[in-house]
Unconditional design. Sequence first.
Length: 99
Amino acid sequence: MNYPTETDNPATAATYCGWSNYETWNVALWLDNDRYNYDIARMPSSKTYKDFVRNIQKPNYSRSDVTYNYRFVTGDGVSWSDPLLNIQELDDKLKELRS
């Protein structure tokens, strides 16, 4: 197990890999490890996570190298707007990416 709980089920874990939950960890992972997402996250107009979501959903940013609906979900299928996301942690992640 990679997270500090007594379970191997992400749905019941208290934290996940140092993040508040699986969904937040997964989004942070895709911000760091996908060049397209990383570039959008570092844009001056992506000051907050909410800004990032607005930017990635703009039709003028497109990519042809993926088969999933990248404007609305990560490559693992987690929604960019999942209600379980810890937005404060993701705002902090965006600040880290720009520093």
